[in-house]
Ligand binder design. Structure first.
Ligand SMILES: [Zn+2]
Length: 290
């Protein structure tokens, strides 16, 4: 029975890590093999007899530490060159003068969720450079991109982020009190779920989807615990951002909630599409496809 529970727990860990990071599940299995072969933490009697190391808690803690060390090694040193060989490159961890783009949260990068094709990379660089001409403080803040390997492997919960050609980016926000634009910052650590909901009289797509039975449509908004807002949508700069994106020849379409398309005065832009009720709402971020 104990063995079955152990196998189930390991299977669960592999599945969860694969869904969240793509390579994490494989690293977990690799770590199990290495730890088993080398008995890495239990070689010396003195170590094993140490009150902490010898305890169940101590063993679990050391194994987790060992796993994270191996995971970091694979993520930072093995994955990038292999991904490049397969046709995907990682987006930068820091914004630079030449390429003002940054992750909303570096944990996205630690989870290998920041890979795109070289074509998407070049497209973003063009857009970011173009944006800087309108305002030197402009920065693109990216959320989920794609995993490093295999076309058709979705980056959940975004089913379409499976080929390196998709990217979510944050709106531009301004401080509620001072009205100062907060370039380079999204609205929360996650970046999803804090929605610019329809105002009175605006078309309410979310309500229509929910009434049709698509309960997942607003799930991120419902799950979000970050209730107190310090910033709000900066319509002027968000509109500039969207305009620059859709003007780029490589961009096929972007997803944005219908009421925001109208609110920002972008009704006539054919590249801005509605994504359908089977997806999640898009009044908390912009989805780009090339
Ligand atoms: Zn997306």
């Amino acid at each position: 029975m104990k063995k079955i529970i152990k196998i189930l727990l390991h299977t669960l860990a592999v599945l969860l890590l694969t869904v969240l990071t793509q390579v994490g599940g494989a690293v977990w299995l690799l770590y199990l093999v290495i730890a088993n072969r080398t008995k890495i933490f239990f070689m010396g009697k003195n170590i094993a007899q140490h009150p902490f190391v010898g305890s169940r808690m101590g063993r679990v803690a050391l194994h987790l530490l060992g796993f994270f060390a191996l995971y970091a090694f694979v993520t930072f040193l093995i994955v990038p060159p292999l991904a490049k060989y397969g046709g995907r490159v990682s987006l930068a961890l820091n914004s630079t003068k030449d390429f003002p783009i940054k992750p909303n949260n570096r944990l996205f990068c630690l989870a290998n969720r920041h890979y795109v094709t070289p074509r998407m990379y070049a497209t973003l660089k063009d857009i970011a450079t173009d944006l800087k001409t309108t305002n030197p403080d402009f920065q693109i803040v990216y959320l989920d991109a794609n995993f490093p390997f295999f076309d058709g492997f979705p980056l959940l919960p975004h089913l379409s982020h499976d080929d390196g050609q998709k990217l979510d980016i944050a709106f531009i926000y301004k401080n509620l009190k001072t009205n100062k634009v907060t370039f380079g910052k999204s609205i929360s650590k996650l970046g999803y779920g804090i929605c610019e909901t329809p105002k009175k009289g605006e078309y309410n797509q979310a309500k229509i989807c929910t009434e049709k039975g698509f309960w997942m449509y607003s799930i991120l908004q419902k799950m979000n615990l970050h209730k107190k807002r310090k910033t709000t949508l900066d319509e002027v700069h968000t509109k500039t951002l969207i305009r620059k994106i859709i003007r780029h020849k490589n961009v096929k379409k972007i997803f944005l909630e219908p009421h925001l398309k109208t609110r920002l005065g972008l009704q006539n832009e054919s590249k801005i599409r509605f994504h359908g009720c089977h997806a999640v709402r898009h009044d908390d971020h912009i989805h780009i496809e090339i």
